[in-house]
Design a protein around this ligand. Structure first.
Ligand SMILES: Cc1cc2nc3c(=O)[nH]c(=O)nc-3n(C[C@H](O)[C@H](O)[C@H](O)COP(=O)(O)O)c2cc1C
Length: 199
């Protein structure tokens, strides 16, 4: 039993990416783990100010809701990011969230004190949904997610990306998306269990 941290980054509550994420969460629960969802749009967070205030300590000096997020990322046994495609990439909510991990970049590369040990190989998963049939948009979003996982010492595991999905909730009419997400969540939970991680 462990906690998987889910970052939902659409402003639409129960929109397509969040519905996918919830099915993923049901799969996680099926395997006896717990998924804790954070809605980035509900957080009171600032943009990274590139102030280098984190350089000496690896800790962000901006006192906002991110201060409650850092310990959750440090203690989760896996993490899943979910985003709609906006203007050909991830939502600005998710990018803003990711940029706030510049302090972890400092901790890892300049202070040699990463918040998460690389050897732990905690898995990171990516979910995205877009209206257009443009694979490149999902790839744009995914490439940034991979950079994020690398910098916070999570190991990118896999992704599910659905295109041609636009109106709120229409992912429910997709023939297999929610079932795929459920199965992916199950597999992800097994992958992030310390017993099976290395097998
Ligand atoms: C500001 C904005 C920009 C968007 N840009 C794109 C885009 O570039 N490509 C695309 O395929 N869909 C785009 N969309 C459509 C959303 O990705 C689509 O509606 C998606 O299903 C929303 O997921 P959600 O319900 O989780 O918010 C955009 C939507 C908004 C609101």
């Amino acid at each position: 039993m462990g906690t998987i941290l889910a970052i939902s980054s659409s402003p639409r509550r129960m929109g397509n990416s969040e519905l996918l994420l919830q099915s993923f969460g049901l799969g996680i629960e099926e395997e006896g783990d717990k998924m804790v969802q954070v809605r980035v749009n509900d957080l009171k967070i600032n943009y990274c100010q590139a102030c280098d205030g984190c350089a000496p300590t690896g800790k962000c000096i901006l006192q906002d809701d991110m201060q409650e997020i850092y310990p959750q990322v440090a203690s989760a046994k896996g993490m899943v990011l979910a985003t709609p495609i906006y203007f050909g990439g991830m939502s600005s909510q998710l990018k803003k969230f990711i940029d706030r991990f510049q302090c972890w970049w400092q901790a890892k590369y300049n202070l040699n004190k990463p918040q998460v040990a690389l050897e732990e190989e905690r898995p990171g998963y990516f979910l995205c949904v877009g209206a257009l049939e443009k694979k490149a948009y999902c790839e744009n979003a995914l490439s940034i997610a991979k950079v994020y996982f690398h910098n916070v010492n999570y190991k990118y595991s896999d992704c599910l990306c659905y295109r041609g999905v636009d109106e709120k909730g229409v992912i429910k009419d997709h023939s297999h998306a929610l079932q795929d997400a459920f199965e992916a969540g199950r597999y992800f939970a097994l992958q992030s269990s310390p017993d099976t991680r290395k097998s």
